[in-house]
Write a new protein. Structure first.
Length: 221
């Protein structure tokens, strides 16, 4: 039987306590393809997640195996989290450039045709949003401390989304009304911490903060 034009438009919204709400059209209630449609969306999003992570790793430039392994695990956890779908309208890139500082982030808007050339395929983009390349320049990391490195990477990804309007708009689309209202009232540091917590990097972020405090002590700050 031919699929309806709306097939694959269902969206899952997962709350902080892991309760799931299915966001669908009114006609989905009596649709015979509902279960198949929902399964299709889950499989499609999983494939998109794997493809996006592969592209990020392929296009990024990392010199240390340690940070590369941490990045792969970090991205898998972020994209696999309830809020992971919000990141599909951006391309995250990571460049390791040794300097006497921790990191630097850039947000670069880019048109859909140019993005198609970069990714080698058509991208699904909201007409008014365009696309954003979000670059994290990694100048240093914490040798032999995987937990701190994971917290560091999660922090940079959260910060780059929390500090940009398009990034926050992407996050808001996958939140419930009550959570979206709370998120809108937060400042950038609060949004960053909230995202880190929702992505499941609370312990890693603590390890990162411990390393940061140690660096400040060494510098006499």
């Amino acid at each position: 039987m031919e699929k309806k034009k709306c097939f694959g438009s269902i969206q899952e919204i997962i709350f902080k306590d892991d309760l799931t709400m299915i966001q669908a059209t009114f006609g989905c209630r009596d649709c015979l393809d509902f279960k198949e449609c929902l399964q299709y969306v889950k499989e499609r999003d999983e494939l998109r997640k794997q493809n996006m992570i592969a592209k990020i790793i392929d296009l990024s430039e990392l010199h240390s195996n340690e940070i590369g392994a941490c990045l792969l695990e970090c991205l898998s956890r972020i994209y696999g989290s309830p809020l992971g779908i919000a990141l599909f309208k951006s391309l995250l890139l990571f460049y390791e450039i040794p300097k006497n500082r921790l990191s630097y982030t850039l947000n670069i808007p880019i048109s859909p045709p140019v993005m198609d050339l970069v990714l080698g395929e058509e991208t699904e983009v909201f007409p008014d949003d365009g696309f954003m390349i979000r670059i994290v320049l990694i100048h240093t990391y914490f040798p032999d401390n995987k937990k701190a490195n994971m917290g560091f990477l999660a922090y940079e990804v959260a910060r780059v989304f929390a500090s940009d309007k398009q990034g926050t708009d992407q996050i808001l689309r996958v939140l419930s009304d009550s959570e979206a209202k709370s998120f809108n009232k937060m400042d950038i540091p609060e949004r960053t911490n909230w995202l880190i917590d929702r992505w499941g990097f609370k312990e890693e972020f603590k390890a990162f903060r411990i390393e940061i405090e140690a660096l400040k002590t060494q510098k006499g700050e």
